[in-house]
Ligand binder design. Structure first.
Ligand SMILES: Nc1ncnc2c1ncn2[C@@H]1O[C@H](COP(=O)(O)OP(=O)(O)O)[C@@H](O)[C@H]1O
Ligand SMILES: [Mg+2]
Length: 299
C-alpha cells in the first residue's frame, strides 16, 4: 500500500459527538449481514471471481455506501443482495434470514429509469401493491401518499416521458418504498443526472431517510456522493472484488451542502482516493509506449 497523505488521516479524528453517534448506530440491531460472500462467473478464459469474501453488517436505519472502481463488483453485489443473483459461496442475511430470491423486503432503485412507460406516476407506484394483492382503492390511496412524500402530487397522472430525470428517480424511490421494504438498495441511482440535479437528489434522499424507518445500501463510484450521504463506506478493491476497508464518516447530521468544504469531509474524500488509487493498475492499462526519454519529464 502506498503512503497516505497526512491530511487524509484527519478523517480518523472523530469528535466525541460523532464517536457517540457511531456507538448508537452499533447498538442498533443488524438488519443486513453479508457473510463471506463470493460470486464467480464462468468466463471465456476460465472462471472470473467478481466478489471474494465480502463481509459487512448494516445496522437499522444506517445509510451505508459502497464504493469502488468500475468493474470491482458493485452491481454484482447489488444483484446478490436483491436476490436477483445467487452467491457462489457465503450468504446474505436480512433480519437473520438467508436471502433466497427477490422479495418485497428489499426495495431497489437502479441507475437506468426502470419505470413502466405505459403507466402513470401513480400507477407505477401502485405496481408492487397490486402485485401483492392489495385491492385497487387501497393501493391507490397508499400510492398517492408516497407520491406526495416524494413531492410529485401534481404529476400523479403524468407519464414517465413527461418527467425530468430527477423526477423519474423520485418515482422509482416512491415505488420501492411503497412496498415497505426493510432495506432500500440503490445502485448508482443518480449517476445519469446532471451535477445540480444530483446534488438536489442527494439532499432530498437524506431528508426522506430522516423521516422514515429505512436502512439504505447505496452504491456509487462518486466519492463525494458517498461521503455526503453515508454513515459508513465499504471500500471495494478490484481483481477480485474485495473489501479494502470500511470507513466511518466523521460528520454529524443533518449535513448542509456546505459540509463538502469541511476539513473532515475533505480529509475523508482524500483518504478514499488514496485507498482506491493504491489498487494495482490493470496490466493492459499500463502504458506500453514511452514517448519521452528519462530526464525530459515535465512537471
Ligand atoms: N453475468 C456475468 N457473467 C460474467 N461476468 C460477469 C457477469 N456480471 C458481472 N461480471 C463480471 O464481474 C465483474 C464485476 O462487474 P460489476 O458487478 O458490473 O462491476 P461494477 O458494478 O463495480 O462496475 C466484471 O469483471 C464483470 O465483467
Ligand atoms: Mg455497476
Amino acid at each position: 500500500m502506498t503512503s497516505v497523505d497526512p491530511v487524509a488521516l484527519v478523517h480518523r479524528d472523530q469528535s466525541p459527538e460523532v464517536a457517540a453517534r457511531f456507538a448508537r448506530i452499533y447498538a442498533r440491531p443488524v438488519i443486513l449481514e453479508v457473510d463471506q460472500l463470493c460470486r464467480r462467473f464462468a468466463g471465456e478464459q476460465g472462471e472470473v471471481t467478481a466478489l471474494q469474501d465480502i463481509a459487512f453488517r448494516t445496522h437499522r436505519r444506517e445509510l451505508m455506501c459502497v464504493i469502488g472502481p468500475s468493474g470491482c463488483g458493485k452491481s454484482t453485489l447489488a444483484r446478490v443482495l436483491a436476490g436477483l443473483d445467487e452467491p457462489s459461496a457465503g450468504q446474505v442475511l436480512l433480519d437473520g434470514q438467508p436471502v433466497r430470491g427477490p422479495g418485497p423486503d428489499r426495495g431497489m432503485v437502479f441507475q437506468g429509469y426502470t419505470l413502466f412507460p405505459w403507466r402513470t406516476v401513480l400507477q407505477n407506484v401502485m405496481f408492487g401493491l397490486e402485485v401483492r394483492g392489495r385491492d385497487r382503492a387501497a393501493a391507490e390511496s397508499e400510492a398517492l401518499e408516497w407520491v406526495e412524500i416524494v413531492g410529485l402530487s401534481k404529476f400523479a397522472d403524468a407519464y414517465p416521458y413527461q418527467l425530468s430525470g430527477g423526477m423519474k428517480q423520485r418515482v422509482a424511490i416512491a415505488r420501492a418504498l411503497a412496498n415497505r421494504p426493510r432495506i432500500l438498495l440503490m445502485d448508482e441511482p443518480f449517476a445519469a443526472l446532471d451535477a445540480q440535479t444530483r446534488a438536489q437528489m442527494q439532499g432530498y434522499l437524506l431528508e426522506l431517510w430522516r423521516q422514515i424507518d429505512i436502512t439504505i445500501v447505496f452504491i456509487t463510484h462518486d466519492l463525494e456522493e458517498a461521503v455526503y450521504l453515508a454513515d459508513r463506506i465499504v471500500v471495494l478493491g478490484t481483481n477480485p472484488g474485495h473489501v479494502r476497508e470500511i470507513v466511518e464518516v466523521p460528520l454529524l447530521r443533518p449535513r448542509p451542502r456546505e459540509i463538502i468544504v469541511d476539513p473532515r469531509f475533505v480529509a475523508t474524500k482524500r483518504y478514499l482516493e488514496s485507498l482506491i488509487h493504491s489498487d494495482p493498475p490493470e496490466p493492459e492499462l499500463r502504458p506500453r509506449i514511452r514517448m519521452t526519454q528519462i530526464g525530459d519529464e515535465v512537471d
